[in-house]
Design a protein around this ligand. Structure first.
Ligand code: ADP
Ligand code: MG
Length: 325
């Protein structure tokens, strides 16, 4: 079965996505699948093998290699950020009728918008930090922020990832530069109250028809929060899988995450991020195309579940294609 692994994309997460894609390529079960790593970057869509590149025919998402035409049974989506995590590429594959391993157009677009997603999550009764959603070109937001929210605050691009353009703001005079930094990344931003607590994250997927939560993981950044450096520099954060929390706390986290997976109509493996303050879980965001590189969290979660990375990938593909085993 030919599997197209799409990776790259047009955001600052390009490099990380290529690593995720390569890791998927390396680990797909060779007895079942033939992997084709396809880099998608702007208008250049190419199958990459060694130093060679073959362009994708966008009319039907196929390849021609020599005289051979190659079509794909499924797309494995490894693009973090646009256009793989916000629904754009999903719309293209829907129109061609090619199945893919991640959330559909609506869920991807909704969840990629941090504030819209928080609104839906809050409607299910899950706690979220108080926040304001601001658009570029609007009136000076500072008075409204000071009126509605209390410090410390997080200022972040609303459609971002990897903590780019984000800052923690402890007092009023730091607001202006933080707003500017975030607006450099995005036309809309979110200003959110800081929640003090432990950062817990939970991977969820549907497999063999059942929604399954993977072992809860604690992220312990060695910096003030899980910023870009903490995410991608070796040793800048500890990831404890399974998290050292009471069974009851892990069970609550699983329950909330499985409920959200269904209510948001998720597909494939996603990761819900929370701050747990000892009493309540505050939903921060959901990553619908979480990192899959060797250093990423989801492969570690799968391992703690007793699944190899290969098994996780097989489960994701089989579920999407309705293959029972
Ligand atoms: N409201 C908040 N309270 C506490 N920590 C936060 C809050 N918002 C973000 N953070 C910290 O910043 C990190 C990145 O924020 P997040 O919203 O997940 O953005 P990104 O999409 O860039 O990962 C989180 O993993 C967490 O460490
Ligand atoms: Mg995050």
């Amino acid at each position: 079965m030919n599997v197209a692994i799409v990776a790259g994309g047009d955001s600052g997460e390009y490099g990380i996505s290529m690593k995720s894609g390569r890791q998927v390529e390396l680990n797909l079960d060779p007895g079942k699948f033939i992997p084709y790593l396809i880099e998608i970057k702007g208008k250049g869509w190419n199958y990459i093998i060694g130093r060679k590149k073959f362009p994708v025919d966008k009319n039907d998402f196929s390849l021609t290699i020599g005289k051979r035409k190659i079509r794909f049974s499924i797309v494995f989506n490894a693009i973090h950020g646009t256009p793989g995590e916000n629904g754009r590429l999903q719309g293209y594959f829907d129109m061609l009728g090619i199945p893919y391993t991640s959330c559909d157009v609506t869920t991807s677009a909704l969840t990629f918008n941090k504030q819209f997603c928080k609104n839906v999550v809050a409607s299910t009764g899950v706690f979220t930090a108080r926040s304001l959603h601001l658009f570029k070109g609007g009136p000076d937001p500072v008075p409204e922020i000071l009126k509605q929210l209390s410090f410390p605050l997080f200022v972040k691009p609303n459609n971002g990832g990897s903590s780019v353009g984000m800052s923690k703001v402890n007092e009023a005079r730091e607001l202006k530069p933080a707003l500017k930094l975030a607006f450099n990344e995005d036309n809309e931003i979110i200003v959110e109250e800081f929640i003090k607590g432990r950062e817990l994250t939970c991977g969820v997927l549907r497999t063999q028809g059942r929604v399954v939560a993977l072992p809860v993981t604690e992220i312990i950044p060695k910096r003030e929060y899980f910023d870009y450096e903490a995410k991608y520099k070796k040793g800048m954060a500890d990831e404890v899988v399974p998290a050292d929390v009471p069974d009851k706390t892990a069970a609550t986290c699983h329950e909330i995450s499985c409920m959200l997976y269904e209510r948001l109509n998720c597909k494939g493996v996603v990761r819900f991020d929370y701050i747990y303050n000892g009493k309540k879980f505050y939903f921060l965001e959901v990553n619908t195309v979480p990192g899959l590189s060797a250093a990423s969290i989801v492969p570690k979660m799968a391992k703690a579940q007793g699944w190899s990375f290969t098994e996780l990938l097989t489960r994701l593909i089989n579920e999407e294609l309705g293959i029972k085993r």
